[in-house]
Ligand binder design. Structure first.
Ligand SMILES: Cc1ncc(COP(=O)(O)O)c(C=O)c1O
Length: 438
């Protein structure tokens, strides 16, 4: 087995190699996809996406029947993706008026949508109430007051969850840590009682539960369990003091994904077991009726099923220093390595059967020295024109993409059973100037 082939577990489940040594995903030859749609190209394996949606429902549902899986669409939003999520029977987590708009345009039932976010505008809250978003996840007192005023004007009484920061360290990169005290997200524990008391006293909102989301790419289950301890103790206290009924509890998302061979991620079942067993035992201990459990996976639904294809261009070998292979994309379509040192792996899609022989650094084409996609990766000899396939690009690449250096955001295809369906075309020069006036 060559080292290139040993990386296949990082790629979508339906990945193989054909007799020409080409990487094949969802039955499609990636070389043919690159030729037809151009590069950079993002592709998503449809069956892989569907099986992840189903796995979350099954693994949590069989341990805790009253589970509601909602996909955090910030990880990858596109109308085709939203329709897929709808067909798989999941709910959605949106964080902006823009996401509300796309989800609505895709025909998603708005009552299955939850709306967190740390600085929602009055317009966004008004839109959410107008289109019938199911639950608003209130992040702070400013929002609670504003929501009350808007709800009153619109004669609505939205169901809300209060987002509490439990003060737990999930041991992930600090840029993707959200549940600690020093965070812009959520209501700190010290103010949580005041938030519950205020919400209960308001006629304009209906507080039905609590919410926490402690971070992303979390490989341990203890932080979830610790957070559950805090939140359920708190809920029991609020029940005694204010007759607060915890009907729903969201534990957020954050479930990790394996991006490199040396950093495995726990299976979904591991998180499901830890979270549901803790929830059940703690509710029993506190004599609380077990609430509806909400989970909000984003990354873990889409990351592995997405792959970025680039064409290699300049190969710059600096003897004794480093060999740079520049590709036709980079930080403008995948800012994760530059933003928080995200690690990913790649193969040369047209040389899957060739022996790995050199270490190179895959650089992007954008005008920042930090635009490095992967440092010191072992590959077969690379030449201009080779197609580099980067694994684990399904989450937070496309949504965080930008037009730096007036680049065009990439085309996206969905692959299944040997067929590729374009779900987003590549941008054009006209797109770049569409909003310019004068
Ligand atoms: C409130 C909330 N829920 C869910 C998620 C999804 O997290 P992940 O993609 O790590 O599962 C996020 C990510 O930022 C979030 O802020």
């Amino acid at each position: 087995m060559t080292e290139q082939i040993s990386k296949l577990p990082l790629f979508p489940v339906n990945t193989g190699v054909d007799n020409r040594g080409h990487l094949v995903i969802g039955g499609c030859d990636t070389m043919a996809l690159a030729a037809e749609f151009g590069t950079p190209l993002y592709l998503f394996d449809e069956s892989g996406l569907r099986s992840q949606c189903a796995a979350f429902k099954t693994e949590f549902g069989k341990r805790y029947a009253d589970t509601n899986v909602i996909y955090a669409c910030k990880a990858f939003i596109n109308k085709a993706m939203i329709r897929l999520v709808m067909e798989e029977g999941l709910g959605l987590d949106v964080v902006s008026g823009g996401e509300v708009g796309i989800v609505q345009a895709a025909g998603f039932p708005m009552n299955k949508v939850y709306f967190p976010g740390n600085n929602k505008s009055a317009e966004e809250l008004a839109l959410a109430l107008e289109v019938g978003v199911g639950h608003i996840v209130v992040d702070n007192f400013h929002e609670l007051k504003m929501l009350g005023e808007i709800a009153k004007k619109k004669n609505r009484k939205p169901e809300i969850l209060l987002r509490i920061t439990p003060g737990v360290d999930p041991h992930t990169h600090h840029y993707i840590t959200t549940g600690n005290i020093d965070s812009k997200f959520g209501i700190p524990m010290v103010f949580a009682e005041k938030a519950v008391a205020t919400a209960i006293s308001m006629n304009e909102v209906k507080p039905v539960g609590l919410h926490f989301h402690i971070g992303s790419q979390i490989t341990e289950t203890e932080p979830y369990q610790q957070s559950l301890d805090f939140i359920l103790n708190f809920a029991a206290e609020m029940k005694k003091k204010y007759q607060f009924e915890l009907k729903e509890l969201s534990v957020g998302g954050g479930f990790a994904v394996q991006y490199t061979l040396d950093a495995p991620a726990p299976p979904i079942s591991h998180y499901a077991e830890a979270i549901t067993s803790k929830l059940l035992s703690k509710c029993k201990e506190l004599k609380l009726p077990p609430p509806k459990l909400i989970i909000e996976p984003g990354r873990a639904i889409v990351a592995r099923s997405g792959v970025a294809l680039y064409t290699a261009g300049v190969v710059k070998d600096i003897p004794g220093v480093r060999c740079y292979v520049s590709v036709d994309g980079g930080m403008a379509d995948n800012i994760r390595p530059a933003l928080y040192q995200a690690k990913q792996d790649a193969v040369i899609a047209n040389k899957m059967n060739e022996k790995v022989s050199e270490k190179v650094t895959i650089a992007g084409k954008f005008c920042e020295s930090g635009d490095i996609l992967i440092s010191d990766i072992a590959l077969p000899p690379v030449a201009a024109g080779d197609i580099i396939a980067v694994a684990g690009c399904g989450a937070y690449c496309i949504p965080e993409a930008m037009n730096y250096n007036a680049s065009f955001r990439p085309a996206i295809v969905m692959v299944k059973d040997g067929k590729a369906r374009l779900i987003r075309r590549r941008e054009t020069l006209e797109d770049l100037m569409r909003c310019d006036v004068g």
